[in-house]
Design a protein around this ligand. Sequence first.
Ligand SMILES: Nc1ccccc1-c1cnco1
Length: 242
Amino acid sequence: MRVDVVSIFPEYFAPLDLSLIGRARANGVLQLAVHDLRTWTHDVHRTVDDTPYGGGPGMVMRPEPWGEALDALAPVDAPPPRLLVPSPAGAPFTQAMAYELAAESHLLFACGRYEGIDQRVLAHAATRMPVTEVSLGDYVLFGGEVAVLVMLEAVTRLLPGVLGNAGSLDEESHAHGLLEAPIYTKPPSWRGHDVPEVLRSGDHGKIARWRREEGLLRTAARRPDLLAALPTDRLDKRDIAA
Ligand SMILES: Nc1ccccc1-c1cnco1
């Protein structure tokens, strides 16, 4: 997968050389390039923002540098990338979206700052590539960079060969729309707290049932919205009885 990121703070993405993402880049699973938006400015001050039409606080990112950046990174003679723009006004980022993005061959992330990017940049881009504004949640950040770091981690770990034990993808929270059951390791007793007997029973069927029930209980208690969204065929009669 090819990923291009455009930001006025390219140094934000230094962490991407670390750990799993660093390995995915080293073994070619992920081709990542980070670009400074100011590359596509032409004035001595390398200006990327201006005052908002209609007045109001803050500044808006100018369309011209973004237009030239997208022209350069999504040339018309190549298959179009999927443009992702982190935004508080975007669609919620979910594990389902992470799987969707992991199937793409080229992602292009546009990191907005200030009050955001002139809307015409997205409107023009949408004439020649899929554009998705994405929100990480209902809170306000200084810019899209941290959102891109989160999305890149969530997507990259789904790429083949990135996670050592692909099986762990199957068990983690949100993998099946439910939260994961509590997990434990040695010692069997610690500060008066014991590991649930069932997990030390060696009875794998019983352990699997316990984990599913505990995941359901946790989901019902902490994220009833996830339970409500679960397709009914995903809850078999054993779950209802639990
Ligand atoms: N607040 C922001 C400002 C700029 C770019 C993204 C965001 C964002 C994304 N998800 C929540 O907020």
